[in-house]
Design a protein around this ligand. Sequence first.
Ligand SMILES: Cc1cc2nc3c(=O)[nH]c(=O)nc-3n(C[C@H](O)[C@H](O)[C@H](O)COP(=O)(O)OP(=O)(O)OC[C@H]3O[C@@H](n4cnc5c(N)ncnc54)[C@H](O)[C@@H]3O)c2cc1C
Length: 354
Amino acid sequence: MAGGTTVVSCGNGVPCLEQELADLGITLGDEFAEAQKEMNIAPIAEGLLSEGSQRIIWASKELGYNMERMPKFIDPVRCQKCGQCSLGCANNAKWTALDYLEEAVKNGAHVVYNTTVGRVLVENGKAKGIRGVGPQGQLEILADVVVLAAGGLGTPVILQQSGIKEAGRGLFIDLLVNTYGIIEGLNLLHEPAMALVDHEFHKSQGFILSPYMNSPRAVRFMEKGAQGMALPTHSLVGIMTKIADEPAGRVYPDGTISKPVTERDWERLRAGSSIAKEILTKMGADSKSIIVSNPQGAHPGGTAAIGSVVDRDLQTKVENLFVCDASVLPTAPGMPPILTIVALAKRLRKTLAP
Ligand SMILES: Cc1cc2nc3c(=O)[nH]c(=O)nc-3n(C[C@H](O)[C@H](O)[C@H](O)COP(=O)(O)OP(=O)(O)OC[C@H]3O[C@@H](n4cnc5c(N)ncnc54)[C@H](O)[C@@H]3O)c2cc1C
């Protein structure tokens, strides 16, 4: 999909992995500032918060926790509080990578849609282009420089098919669970998803907390079977625990995936959800009504990590073959990664066209 996962994002714009990248010799101060300005990132407007989130702020404060407004790339004037950010914004209130694509097209870029890249063409250790399949069948596109950006699950497949066998290891997905409580008359239906964030435990315990509820019952069925489906959508508040998980997963050359949840992952998920339960109980949820979803994740990355598959310029061992997406992240952020990926792309632009 053009625009990739940014199209379905919650609009959270938070710098992450600054220290880890600095330790690898990559400082992104200017790039972060430039991206934040272009994406109009600011804490979510108070007027966009639902009553459910306002009660979360109150309960967290009472308990001594620090739930803050999430920095967002959502235009508060355009946002209609439909709560459907993850289906793509019908009101065009959210920044997506399509904005950059449009700019690229205005500057002469040619976009080839509906085409799957299979492998990179390599000659004498240098990238020469790509081979893929489009609506007209097989095609080759020749180029002096190739930048792969097929995401944490797509890029390692292309790399392995292109002879870079080291790719695919070290998969993380920023595992998360949603903790739901039934509270009469309160819900999070009419606000951008993940309107708040508490990151006070991120450094010490590897997790953040953020309001989140899946409103379609079918999705809650996937999260927790019949129990999840039976929850009353209009009297339901959820708090997500998102962790920096261990990079114990793998993407194989045929695109299949393994992703174990390790004991340390479970500890982090449990630690976060026990605080979520405390907050929900303070808000008035009956502790017996509280359920925790099965683990899931939405930030696959680490499968072409800086330092193992790409160097600090994001170049692979194949000359002129670069990677710029979540797969280069050196470790699980446990935080929204879009802003950092955009900043890395801006840095790569300087490498390619100094
Ligand atoms: C529901 C949801 C909400 C999220 N909300 C946020 C948020 O609010 N803030 C945040 O920072 N992060 C958020 N994330 C995570 C974030 O969107 C991703 O981590 C990030 O966009 C990943 O960027 P990427 O460039 O690595 O890959 P992607 O965005 O996945 O882009 C990869 C692109 O490559 C294409 N592709 C894959 N394989 C091939 C191939 N073989 N040939 C051609 N094209 C291919 C895909 O179709 C896609 O367009 C969210 C994720 C989800 C799923």
